[in-house]
Design a protein. Structure first.
Length: 489
């Protein structure tokens, strides 16, 4: 059954032995981040951490709620992440449309999926307390790394925000997770990438010279928090997808000062507006690549009110050198978004985003190769559009490679590639997350075609046979294993 809210999820984590309560007082400036970082890097992602007493604030903080396979699965109420791929594939199988684009376009209105459209309600616990004279200083917003904000602002960032905006032309809603820099008690900065839904809406308001209403929810049930961070293709609505993931529509309540709708069970909601064209410098920020991101001019939100639950818990994440909590969110994305890719490219058998690649930074892709040049066609298609378009490293291997076994995959790639023939170095759009890109306007990307080469692919003769033992000998050794006295070793 779907979690009622974040509190219900934390109860579940406690029941599973996946939550640790820190009862002594801790500082939201760096100390919580250091404790969380150590926990993220301990075996199997450690535990979620509930900091009950936080210096300077009346509210507890919870971190690392998604930071292990067990917890992300608990968050999405599944036994294993593969269930996400199976459910999406099953859904697509049922949608009666022929082209991939039509299927995705038809999804929101399609019977089974349309049951999960957000449900509008008139009241939510996110409004138990209404503060029309808000001060963000009262809330335990973390500073994660010593260089955060330096030298421009305090370095406090809301790191698990659900940013709600609306298209002024179509009326369509968007929810995205973009870090929020706290400038002072009433103003924050929004770090959304140019291709994000929020930035698209903002551009339209800016062109019209109109104020843009905006709401930032923090907390809610875990499927809602997670869905805000997934790059679903248009026109899929994050809240509808969250409803599908939790198998129950997300209840949303209208903001007090705008036509935006936010999850009724959120812990906290910041309402406000952006003035067209008003920008302010934010950063630096210790990013999930493990490097500090550059300073940037970002749109400024003026907060008009903050509403919250009476017993509010403030959720946050710490990103930095992997593995961190968001690596497990990336692994969930990998499973959930694979079926979208397979709609267009059914020859893609599987995808692995290694944790060190930071979401889409690196993708290992197994394909059923059907002819010469096929791997390159797949690369072109993946880089052409969609979720992996900004991938910096694509490695294509044959379908028989177990791409989730990275040592085996590395062995196949390192030993099976002719570097002069099988590498494709190309131009990619600039991605500010990657510190080593010198230019602000473009970056490079690398494709490795590690598939077995066929005639017509610059390889003559027979592809070398792989070394492996004869089946008859393997069976013999299986039968005699105990005789060798090795069974206990
Ligand atoms: C913890 C976390 C932080 C993120 N921070 C940002 C960010 O600051 N800016 C951004 O553009 N995307 C960020 N993302 C990725 C977006 O949430 C993701 O691309 C999402 O799909 C954006 O929603 P949209 O496609 O509706 O714009 C972050 C993701 C996670 C998990």
């Amino acid at each position: 059954m779907a979690y009622r809210d974040l509190h219900a999820f934390l109860d579940k984590l406690e029941e599973l032995g996946e939550l640790h309560r820190v009862r002594v007082e801790v500082d939201p400036v760096l100390e919580i981040a250091e404790i969380t970082d150590r926990m993220c890097k301990s075996p199997h992602g450690g535990k979620a951490l509930l900091f009950e007493r936080v210096t300077g604030s009346a509210f507890p903080v919870v971190t690392n709620i998604f930071g292990s396979y067990r917890r992300i699965c608990a968050a999405l109420e599944i036994g294993e992440l593969e269930a996400l791929a199976r459910r999406m594939e099953e859904l697509f199988r049922q949608v009666p449309s022929t082209s991939p684009r039509d299927k995705i376009a038809a999804l929101p209105q399609w019977g089974e999926f349309s049951r999960f459209l957000p449900k509008r309600v008139t009241y939510g616990v996110c409004r138990e307390i209404i503060d029309h004279d808000p001060d963000l200083g009262a809330y335990p917003v973390l500073t994660n790394w010593p260089g955060d904000g330096r030298p421009v602002h305090s370095g406090r960032f809301i790191t698990l925000p659900l940013v709600f905006t609306r298209d002024p032309e179509t009326g369509a809603f968007n929810c995205g997770m973009y870090r929020v820099a706290v400038f002072d008690g009433r103003t924050v900065g929004l770090h959304w990438s140019a291709k994000s839904g929020g930035a698209g809406h903002y551009e339209k308001y800016r062109a019209r010279g109109e104020r843009m209403p905006l709401a930032i929810a923090v907390g809610g049930d875990p499927a809602v928090i997670y869905a805000a961070s997934v790059p679903f293709p248009a026109p899929i609505d994050e809240m509808q997808m969250a409803g599908f993931l939790r198998q129950s529509p997300v209840e949303v309540v209208q903001c007090l000062n705008s036509e935006l709708w936010v999850p009724a069970n959120a812990e906290m909601v910041l309402e406000g507006y952006l003035e067209p064209g008003e920008m302010r410098r934010e950063g630096a920020f210790g990013n999930h690549t493990g490097f500090y991101g550059m300073h940037e001019d970002v749109p400024v939100m003026h907060i008009t009110c903050i509403t919250r639950r009476r017993e509010m818990v403030y959720p946050a994440t710490v990103v930095g050198p992997p593995p961190m909590e968001d690596c497990y969110m990336a692994k969930a994305n990998e499973r959930l978004l694979l079926p979208f890719i397979r709609l267009e490219l059914p020859e893609v058998v599987d995808i692995n985003l290694p944790l060190e690649g930071i979401f889409h930074g690196c993708a290992v892709v197994a394909i059923k190769k059907e002819g010469p040049g096929h791997a390159r066609k797949v690369m072109d298609a993946l880089w052409g559009k969609g979720w992996l378009a900004a991938s910096r490293l694509l490695v294509i291997v044959d379908a028989d490679v177990d791409i989730h076994d990275l040592p085996v995959t590395s062995w196949r790639v390192i030993n099976g590639v002719e570097w002069r023939r099988d590498l494709i170095v190309g131009e990619s759009p600039f991605d500010k997350a990657f510190a080593a890109q010198g230019s602000r306007y473009s970056g490079g990307r690398l494709g490795i075609d590690a598939t077995r080469k066929m005639p017509g692919e610059g390889f003559t003769g027979e592809w070398p046979e792989e070394v492996s033992m004869a089946d008859s000998i393997k069976q013999l050794v299986d039968r005699r294993w105990r005789e060798y006295g090795l069974s206990e070793e």
